[in-house]
Write a protein that binds this ligand. Structure first.
Ligand code: NAI
Ligand code: OAA
Length: 326
């Protein structure tokens, strides 16, 4: 039996966690042979609700759950954490952009970055889900100077999966037939879902769909999918977000398949001319618990322009929270 891994989850009594925790506990994220200790963080007024979630986790009798702790203190929840899923933050409502949440949510991530710095495993893998995810991840990273900055990431896997689903629907393929999808940039309406490298059953996707559909339907649909779900459901996407968080961590820890890649928002190393340090979504491959940005892709003028628009938005978000970036 493997030693248990410690998985910290914030916002553990919220919507996303209500799906995510059960997927982690069943082994979907770290493997069916990997025991987990769940270390759950909530704000004080939500501790009762969290107690209810823990009762349900217990009632599932998941064989892989080696322990569950709850706390309203980040230094307790992050203690020796191997994986930290930072989900807890206010969601947006109708008519809001995700960056409208920056003021409400940014302080959470500076506090949690400091706590991770103090008590988490030195190899902790951090995924920020709470919006605006990229900039919140930057805030946490900059407040954790003793941790490897590369270990701070943000979630664009939901956008990646949404793009796979749209292209699969249009081409009559299944999502597993599609390789090499890319989401560039911010998890926001400026993100650039790019099919220029994508293959459907071995054929270039760009040759299978009309250019007009790609530019006027596919790109805006993926960019606006979060808002469409809020409009339809009256609440932001939760189960699909939880599922994509499982995908993000699973692939980071266990690796991506040969011949394919995934999208992760990671600290830019200057690849593709994107300003170093911004938490920007790139195509990445994962191996041995580490990720690498895919190099050498050709970028045409159409793509370059869109990659720069979303980069500029991330710069503006960063500059707006300069007071939280030591
Ligand atoms: N990156 C992505 O693709 C996606 C991100 N999101 C974002 O995820 C976040 C959470 O969404 P939901 O679960 O639907 O919201 P929710 O409101 O149902 O749950 C959030 C939970 O976080 C808790 N919380 C607030 N401040 C906290 C703190 N300082 N420490 C610990 N817990 C705290 C709240 O008490 C609440 O239980 C939102 O910001 C949402 O916009 C949602 C979907 C996709
Ligand atoms: O749209 C929202 O506010 C929630 C979210 O991030 C998404 O569904 O992609």
């Amino acid at each position: 039996m493997k030693n248990p891994m410690r998985v910290a989850v914030t916002g553990a009594a919220g919507q996303i966690s209500y799906s995510l925790l059960f997927r982690i506990a069943s082994g979907d994220m770290l493997g069916k042979d990997q025991p987990v200790i769940l270390q759950l963080l909530e704000i004080t007024p939500a501790m009762d609700a969290l107690r209810g979630v823990v009762m349900e986790l217990e009632d599932c009798a998941f064989p892989l759950v080696a322990g569950i702790t709850t706390s309203d203190k980040p230094e307790v929840a992050f203690d020796k954490a191997d994986v930290a899923l930072l989900v807890g933050a206010r969601p947006r409502g109708p008519g809001m952009e995700r960056k409208d949440l920056l003021e409400a949510n940014a302080a959470i991530f500076s506090e949690q970055g400091k706590a991770l710095n103090a008590v988490a495993s030195r190899d902790v893998k951090v995924l920020v889900v709470g919006n605006p995810a990229n900039t919140n991840s930057l805030i946490a990273q900059r407040n954790a100077p003793d941790l490897n900055p590369r270990n701070f990431t943000a979630m664009t896997r939901l956008d990646h999966n949404r793009a796979l689903a749209q292209l699969a629907g249009k081409t009559g393929a299944s999502t597993t037939d599609i390789k090499k999808m890319i989401i560039w940039g911010n998890h926001s309406a400026t993100q650039y879902p790019d099919i220029s490298q994508a293959m459907v059953k071995g054929d270039a996707a760009s040759g299978l769909v009309p250019r007009d559909w790609y530019e006027s339907d596919f790109i805006p649909t993926v960019q606006q999918r979060g808002a469409a779900i809020i409009k339809a459901r009256g609440a932001s996407s939760a189960a699909s977000a939880g599922s994509s968080a499982v995908d993000h961590i699973r692939d980071w820890v266990m690796g991506t398949p040969d011949g394919d890649w995934v999208s992760m928002a990671v600290p830019s190393d200057g690849s593709y001319g994107i300003e170093k340090g911004l938490i920007y979504s790139f195509p990445v491959t994962c191996k041995g618990g580490d990720y690498s940005i895919v190099q050498g892709l050709e970028v045409d003028d159409f793509s370059r322009e869109r990659m720069q628009v979303t980069e500029q938005e991330l710069r503006e978000e960063r500059d707006g929270v300069a007071h939280l970036l030591p």
